[in-house]
Design a protein around this ligand. Structure first.
Ligand code: TXA
Ligand code: MG
Length: 318
């Protein structure tokens, strides 16, 4: 791990311009979104997109999300119908990502789509991200700015610690407010399916559509979304979940009345817990005197679904 905090730049219009120029010229810029920090590149520049996979050590079969700043761009990218547009109007900008059928063969985005016939798109709810996309003039593909299968970054410093050597610039937008990744909604068939629980709750989407939505647990050996891999988002140490009585060798992350060395949310707020989750897992990993990590039970409703999903994957043994 190297300290490359000199690549961190504050949010000014000048730095947005500088970052946009790097994106247009095929470089990599890490930027904040409301969920986690992303590692961004120009979707139309295959070399830059390839560099994302290399920097993260991510397999090429794992497609990337395109980030856009204008709903109307969707129609140039993907097959959309009324339902898709209504969902976009309702939930964008925000932590909801759509998997859609591609509109036509545009070989320039093949790599970002991992050669699939689908394209994955979202509009983030963060001024830095939106300004950067607008200034770049192209959709920006961005996975979470961490190495493959490790903990996603929720501050600029996390990015510098993990990927500082591989990025040209890191835009600092403070700590991410949502703290878990976007919900991924597959809209390629008649029935929408959630491929990854995330920052937009299942309940909110169901209420808007007036139907129940299934969550695809996927086949972990052949994941549709590699977020469906059993081990993902993982700290270095062994992690136990749903723990009420931690042992002495465990760094305990509490929730609500069940206090620990840290508490995800004393008041029992799931949104506060989500925003603290990844930073606390990192903190727990760095506490040398505790060889293991334990986390208190978290309710499985609302954002709790995404929190539990990440914890289950983080707890899966190598
Ligand atoms: O909140 C987020 O979504 C963050 C911020 C930066 O936008 N991004 C993010 O990207 O989490 P990433 O690449 O770390 O996770 C995206 C997930 C991956 O598990 C990928 O496999 C899945 O989305 N995915 C992307 N395109 C897909 C597709 N066409 N079909 C199925 N899964 C797809
Ligand atoms: Mg990720």
């Amino acid at each position: 791990m190297s300290e490359t905090t000199d690549k961190i730049y504050e949010y000014t219009s000048r730095n947005i311009e500088k970052a946009a120029e790097i994106i247009r010229n095929g470089g990599l810029v890490a930027f904040p979104t409301e969920t986690v920090y992303g590692l961004g590149a120009n979707v139309y520049n295959s070399k830059a997109v390839a560099n994302i996979f290399a920097a993260k050590n991510r397999p090429f079969f794992d497609p990337l999300i395109s980030h856009i700043a204008d709903i109307n761009f969707l129609e140039r990218y993907a097959k959309v119908d009324q339902k898709v547009m209504a969902l976009a109007q309702k939930f964008w900008p925000g932590p909801l990502t759509f998997v859609l059928n591609r509109i036509e063969e545009d070989p320039r985005i093949d790599l970002a789509c991992s050669g699939l016939r689908t394209v994955t798109v979202r509009m983030p709810r963060h001024p830095v991200a939106l300004d950067l996309i607008k200034a770049s003039g192209v959709p920006i593909v961005a996975p979470s700015a961490n190495r493959y299968q490790s903990i996603s970054p929720t501050t600029a410093k996390h990015v510098a610690d993990g990927l500082g050597d591989s990025v040209d610039m890191i835009l600092d937008g403070g700590a991410c407010t949502v703290g878990v990744e976007s919900t991924i909604l597959d809209l390629t068939s008649e029935k929408p399916v959630i491929l990854r629980a995330g920052g937009t709750t299942k309940e909110a989407i169901e209420e808007f559509l007036g139907t129940t939505i299934e969550i695809s647990s996927g086949n972990p050996n052949q994941p549709t979304a590699p977020g469906q891999l059993l081990r993902h988002y993982a700290p270095q140490k062994k992690l136990s979940i749903n723990v009420n009585n931690p042992s002495e060798d465990e760094f305990f992350i509490g929730f609500g009345n069940l206090d620990g060395h840290l508490n995800l949310s004393k008041s029992g707020s799931l949104s506060e817990a989500a925003s603290n989750l990844f930073a606390f897992l990192r903190a727990a990993d760095s506490q040398k005197q505790y060889p293991k990590i334990a986390v208190a039970p978290i309710p499985t409703t609302g954002l709790g679904l995404a929190i539990n999903d990440r914890l289950i994957r983080a707890s899966h043994s190598r």
